[in-house]
Design a protein. Structure first.
Ligand code: C5P
Length: 249
């Protein structure tokens, strides 16, 4: 897939809504200033494939963020169904599912696509950014999170996965280990906007970074939710992030 080079293409807005009606109403206001919409488990569980169909009809591509993690055959089926939905450009799985599961997902993402069509890209989630070293140890994963994240990113790359979802703090190390063409998608982005306290609120994100820091660290795509969805003027909030991305590139 050739992603358009306009700075807006790097902005993915997370539609964390509990109904398709509210997600659509919101997405309509900003569809022409953003690159993609992210549909996660909350909206997809509530509204199903209709959410993808109706949001994709607004124009921007869809990042279907369902983080599959199951036996290889089941994940392959889920990835195949995801890739068959019109408008889906990014799909993800958990790297902790292991090489066989990742490889099954890689094969599924390209299967069933019409000849000559651009297939969606497959991403792996390494370690959830909500987990710190203690939480990792509790589930039997030792060592510092960054070391583990880079190892999992390399495993995903070896299996043929196109990129990872990772925090800005880990982006540089992943870029170094996995090369220029490996996609890096970073959530936890908070604009530094002195005029708007809402924009800089960290919410439940433990580690945040500004759009400029994310781009400088090598991120290809920035996932932003509440700084746009909860802004008094979502269009202006999205546009100001796009302007910041443009200045940082
Ligand atoms: O509102 P906020 O900007 O924090 O939203 C970030 C989005 O990115 C949410 O949809 C969240 O589920 C998602 N995400 C994340 N951290 C990850 C992976 C996904 O925050 N490691």
């Amino acid at each position: 897939m050739t992603f358009d080079t306009h700075p807006r293409s790097s902005l993915i807005v997370a539609l964390d809504f509990d109904s398709l009606k509210s997600a659509l109403k919101f997405a309509q206001q900003i569809a022409d200033v953003v690159g993609m919409f992210k549909i996660g488990s909350q909206l997809f569980t509530a509204a199903g494939p209709a959410a993808v169909r109706e949001i994709a009809a607004l124009g921007p591509g869809i990042f279907l963020d369902l983080k599959f993690h199951d036996i290889p055959n089941t994940v392959a089926g889920a990835v195949l169904s995801s890739a068959a939905m019109t408008g889906v450009q990014l799909v993800n799985v958990h790297a902790l599912g292991g090489h066989a599961m990742l490889h099954a997902a890689v094969q599924a993402i390209g299967a069933g696509q019409p000849m000559g069509a651009d297939r969606p890209r497959l991403l792996a989630v390494t370690i959830l950014t909500s987990m710190d070293q203690k939480a990792m140890r509790e589930v039997g994963i030792g060592g510092p999170p960054k070391t583990r994240v880079v190892k999992l990113a390399k495993l995903a790359k070896t299996a043929g996965v196109d990129g990872v979802v990772a925090s800005v703090q880990e982006a540089r190390a992943i870029r170094k280990a996995c090369g220029r063409d490996f996609l890096i998608v970073t959530p936890g982005v908070r604009p530094k906007d002195k005029d708007s306290a809402a924009a800089a609120k960290t919410d439940d994100q433990a580690r945040t970074a500004t759009p400029t820091e994310a781009i400088k660290a090598g991120a290809d795509f920035l996932v932003v939710g509440r700084p746009i969805t909860a802004a008094p003027d979502p269009r202006a909030a999205a546009q100001s992030i796009v302007d910041e991305i443009a200045a940082a590139k």
